[in-house]
Design a protein around this ligand. Structure first.
Ligand code: SF4
Ligand code: SF4
Length: 164
């Protein structure tokens, strides 16, 4: 467990104070991604510890924040959002928008948004770091499957004008 915490502390340090945009995107949308209640939560990475209450769902652990947390202790998923590390077609670790939740306006308008290059780069570096560990790698692959399924459903059911 301590080894896993060390890994996540390194990930936190890599992300540091980098944010998706140069400005505070929470001002634009009134922090929609932090609008959780007692029924929703942020997915925790394998062995990731948190001071927030934890709920188990389908073998996964969710940190249930109710929309409030100590920002310095927020889970890794919150620090990465709305991007997530992925492997591109050329086999390189990069950062992609995480369109699973459908709540973030930056994701909905991703083609027009200028994400911070530094943030993208750091998200990719976190992906490289985590990919070295079997449990984190399995977790990443699981999330990638979910992202792919979300895309397939969206592409199948949404009219062209609603696709991002
Ligand atoms: S929902 Fe998106 S735009 Fe809003 S605070 Fe979260 S990451 Fe920023
Ligand atoms: S844990 Fe904090 S940063 Fe993450 S969704 Fe909740 S309030 Fe937002």
């Amino acid at each position: 467990m301590e080894k896993q915490q060390k890994r996540y502390r390194r990930a936190f340090a890599l992300l540091g104070g980098f944010t998706p945009l140069k400005t505070d995107c929470g001002v634009l949308c009134e922090k929609r991604c932090c609008g959780g209640d007692e029924k929703t939560g942020m997915l925790l990475f394998p062995g990731e510890e948190t001071t927030l209450p934890v709920r188990e769902e389908h073998g996964r652990r969710l940190a249930v924040c109710g929309g409030h947390c100590n920002r310095n202790e927020r889970p890794l998923a919150c620090r990465l959002f709305p991007l997530f590390p992925v492997i591109d077609a050329r086999g390189r670790m990069t950062a992609s928008v995480d369109d699973r939740g459908g709540i973030c306006p930056l994701v909905q308008h991703a083609s027009e948004v200028r994400f911070s290059a530094r943030f993208r780069h750091r998200v990719a570096r976190v992906g490289k770091l985590l990919f070295r560990y079997a449990d984190s790698r399995a977790f990443l692959e699981d999330v990638w499957r979910e992202m792919e399924e979300t895309r397939q459903v969206r592409d199948t059911f949404l009219p062209v004008e609603e696709k991002t």
